[in-house]
Structures are given as structure tokens and as C-alpha cells.
Design a protein around this ligand. Structure first.
Ligand code: GLN
Length: 205
């Protein structure tokens, strides 16, 4: 049986690009860094990595990628945003710079650096709908690094994961709307490939 390897780009202006390329390759995709508008035509899906959303916003403009990427998303290109990538995909951002732009592809309100100074970075195990609810599946280890959380979602956004306990209990940290997936946390750093596999299977469909 041949399994198709979809071509998945990783926006490579800034952030943890290599880790996503590695995780996607291990998840059955042909992964390739994206730096030029023309490269968008050759991919079936795109990952927007973690990093710094205000910097990424600037670089998208400098590299003439903002409008072509937004157009590709409007045309239905599947996308997965992790952390800063979630912020970039969202329609409404709280606590950002007034000049920061975002791609308006995911109908959520996101708060940047939401977990506060004391808990800038932390890890927890959580349930992820569509992944950890498989028979015998382990919970997912989620690593948060100056992460955003989702404060509001439109009715067609599905909540896939929330923080299970502690001061941020119940906060939304993974969502999907059609072809767009986003997590506040960084699955590319844990060696758990299940979020990337989930995205690659979204791209295949
Ligand atoms: N705090 C960063 C931002 O606002 C996101 C952090 C991350 O991607 N690890 O863009």
C-alpha cells in the first residue's frame, strides 16, 4: 500500500522551524521551510511555528508574505499554528502591539502571554479530543512557553483541549475550525508526534 506524503510547509521567518520540520517528517509529511511567496503554491498545508508573534508579523510584511499567505488561507490551505502561530492565525488578539497584524483565519480571541509572569513556562498532562480519547491512548504532555490562551471562540470553532487543573484550570489551549488547527503549547518539543500526525491527516483529507 502506498501512503501519500503530503507536502507541508513550515513558515521559516523566525521561531522553532527545525523542530516542526522534524516532527512533520516523522509524521508522514514532506516538510519544507517557506520563506518566499512562490513557495506557497507548492504545499498542501502550512505550520506556523512558535516564536514571537509581533516579530513574525513584521517579517511577514518585510518578506512580502503576509498577503499571499492570507490569500492561501482564505482559499482553504490547511494550517496549524503553535503558540505564536496560534496568535498569528487568530481574528482577535488581546495584549499585543497596536501595529501587529494577524491573519484572521481562525475565529477566536487570544490573549498573549496569558499565563502570567510566575508561570511563563510550565508543563501539564491534558486530554486532547480526537487524540487522547482513542482506546488505550496516553494523556498528552503539553509544554507552554510564554503561551497565549483562547478567551473566546465562535460557534464553529471546536475546543480540543483545556488546562485540567491549577490556576489556569479550564482555559482553552487547543482549537480547530475546519482546516485550521491551533495549540497554545509546543508538541514539537516533546517527541510526542500525535498533534503533527493529526494535522497531517487533516491535510491528507
Ligand atoms: N509570547 C509569544 C508571542 O506573543 C509566543 C511564545 C511562543 O511562541 N513560545 O508571540
Amino acid at each position: 500500500m502506498t501512503v501519500t506524503r503530503p507536502r507541508v510547509g513550515v513558515l521559516a521567518l523566525q521561531g522553532d522551524v527545525r523542530e516542526h520540520v522534524h516532527a512533520l517528517t516523522a509524521s508522514g509529511a514532506d516538510a519544507t521551510p517557506i520563506r518566499r511567496p512562490a513557495e506557497l503554491a507548492a504545499i498542501d498545508g502550512i505550520v506556523i511555528p512558535g516564536g514571537e508573534s509581533t516579530t513574525m508579523s513584521k517579517l511577514l510584511g518585510i518578506f512580502d508574505l503576509f498577503d499571499p499567505l492570507q490569500q492561501a488561507l482564505n482559499d482553504g490551505l490547511p494550517a496549524y499554528g503553535s503558540c505564536a502561530g496560534m496568535i498569528m492565525l487568530a481574528t482577535t488578539i488581546l495584549d499585543t502591539r497596536p501595529d501587529a497584524r494577524h491573519l484572521d483565519a481562525l475565529d477566536i480571541t487570544v490573549r498573549r502571554n496569558a499565563f502570567g509572569r510566575q508561570v511563563e513556562s510550565f508543563e501539564t498532562d491534558l486530554d486532547f479530543i480526537g487524540i487522547t480519547d482513542a482506546p488505550g491512548a496516553d494523556p498528552m504532555r503539553a509544554v507552554f512557553i510564554r503561551a497565549p490562551w483562547v478567551e473566546a471562540v465562535s460557534p464553529d470553532v471546536q475546543v480540543l483541549a483545556t488546562v485540567p487543573a491549577g490556576p489556569a484550570q479550564g482555559r482553552i489551549v487547543a482549537v480547530r475550525q475546519g482546516n485550521i488547527l491551533a495549540t497554545s503549547f509546543h508538541p514539537e518539543v516533546t517527541g510526542d508526534r500525535r498533534v503533527h500526525e493529526y494535522f497531517v491527516s487533516m491535510v491528507r483529507r
